[in-house]
Ligand binder design. Structure first.
Ligand SMILES: O=C(O)CCC(=O)C(=O)O
Ligand SMILES: [Fe+2]
Length: 444
């Protein structure tokens, strides 16, 4: 495993980014709409007044739709936040030899560096960063904590300490906004020794903003993420359910908060962990500071009991951080696969609606005759099949003869290998494969 050259140096010396930073299909765009992220007044979240109630409703709506809030009136004054920005900028402006004293050792995450290169095919991010674990104290790697600027460590501890308090207020408010009896339920799930990780990001100017990302699309593995954005240069974008990337706006010295994967689990999927990315800017550098809060890695987290009912079954298994598994009709799936499955099933639901409509039309039935029978909460399950080669195809079936119990089944067939047969008039017929076409059948 190798480390890439500092992006800061590339930015200063090359006129076009090396191949390994270029995305084959570009970043899309160029016009990305601005996302409306609600500003939440921290003081009001704890107020028992109609205004306080309104703020809680805003918070709930924001976290369950776009996944972000901008916290204002948070009690950190401008001069302090300017100091957070300036120690970060000063650190990245140090001569390379000095920054390298904080270099991330191979196979570690703490320290100054950038993408670890795992393979020749990897596309790299246009970003240098300093990762520092802050809590629990026992995992601090002080060897890579900057000694210069002199106030760096003090500022980091004060900033993360302020955000730790803010996080407790917000976690309580989230529980309250969901009308949960136990307002401490999310705070308690974070455990005795929650993890606090800081990430200082430098995004140098990039000559190919159309083809290079500063951070590839990802969801945060944290429970909650707090970001002090650059006050002048935008860059963060988030993927909304309409499949479109939106720009996340800047509010001067507001703290941008998003839910991470662990909170998605605790809230049984009500508060989703948004997928986001960072784009590059051709002229200006961008600096941000992210603080991630995660549950105690030794304690188990899971969907809160009060958020599980018939309408919203338990979506996730209980897990320890780092072992993110999910329940999807009793099939355990990896986290990223679940996101793919969610998008895929959403598209199939649309397709199903169109097919039902066409079937109604073909029988001259009024619109909705079939669809209405499925009800609000129609069930849907996925099954992934692997059929290994078999030396006795004349004696062994991949799947015995059956008719499914569903109303409608959609199959994405193997692109190359035939296998499915249907029985019609006592005769078995092959079902041809048509690359990337869906096979739909009634009554499974
Ligand atoms: O710098 C940003 O705008 C976002 C950073 C981010 O997504 C991260 O560090 O996980
Ligand atoms: Fe992130």
């Amino acid at each position: 495993m190798a480390t890439a050259t500092a992006v800061q140096e590339l930015s200063a010396t090359v006129s076009s980014p090396p191949e390994k930073y270029l995305l084959k299909d570009g970043i899309g765009g160029p016009n990305f709409p601005l996302l409306a992220v609600p500003a939440i007044d921290l003081g009001l979240l704890t107020a028992s007044s109609p205004l306080g109630e309104r703020e809680l409703d805003k918070l709930k709506l924001a976290f369950s739709s776009c996944g972000y809030i901008q916290v204002v009136n948070h009690g950190m004054d401008d001069s302090f936040l300017d100091e957070v920005h300036s120690v970060t900028k000063e650190f990245f402006s140090l001569p390379m030899e000095e920054k390298m004293q904080c270099a991330r050792p191979k196979d570690d995450i703490d320290g100054y560096g950038n993408d670890t290169v795992y393979s020749d095919n990897q596309t790299l991010d246009w970003n240098d960063r300093l990762y520092l674990n802050v809590k629990p104290d026992t995992i601090r790697k002080l060897k890579v904590w900057p000694q210069n600027p002199k106030n760096f460590r003090k500022v980091l501890l004060e900033f993360s300490g302020e955000l730790e308090k803010m996080n407790e207020v917000i976690l309580r408010a989230m529980a309250k906004s969901l009308k949960l009896e136990d307002e401490e339920c999310f705070v308690n799930q974070m455990g005795e020794n929650q993890t606090v990780l800081s990430r200082f990001n430098l995004y140098p100017p990039c000559p190919r903003p159309d083809a290079v990302l500063a951070a590839k699309a990802h969801g945060d593995a944290s429970a909650m993420t707090y970001l002090l954005q650059d006050n002048k240069v935008e860059g963060l974008q988030t993927l909304m359910k309409d499949g479109q990337w939106y720009r996340v706006p800047i509010i001067h010295n507001a703290i941008l908060v998003n839910t991470g994967d662990q909170l998605e689990i605790m809230s049984n999927g009500i508060f989703e962990s948004p997928i986001h990315r960072v784009v590059t800017n051709p002229e200006k550098e961008r600096i941000t500071i992210a603080i991630f809060f995660g549950p105690d890695p030794t304690s188990e987290i899971g969907p809160h009991q009060g958020l599980i009912d018939e309408k919203r079954p338990k979506l996730f298994n209980s897990v320890r951080q780092g072992h993110k598994r999910v329940l999807f009709n009793n099939q355990s799936l990896d986290w990223n696969d679940r996101k793919v499955l969610r998008d895929y099933t959403a598209k199939l639901r649309e397709l199903e609606g169109q097919l039902l409509k066409a079937m109604e039309e073909s029988l001259s039935l009024p619109e909705g005759s079939f669809l209405s029978k499925f009800g609000e909460e129609q069930s849907m399950f996925a099954r992934f099949n692997y059929y290994p080669p078999c030396s006795k195809p004349d004696h062994v079936l991949g799947l015995k003869q059956h008719a499914g119990g569903s109303a409608m089944t959609t199959v994405l067939q193997d692109r190359d290998v035939l296998g499915l047969q249907i029985l019609k008039d006592k005769q078995w017929y092959w079902v041809p494969t048509l690359p990337d076409a869906f096979l739909a059948c009634e009554r499974g």
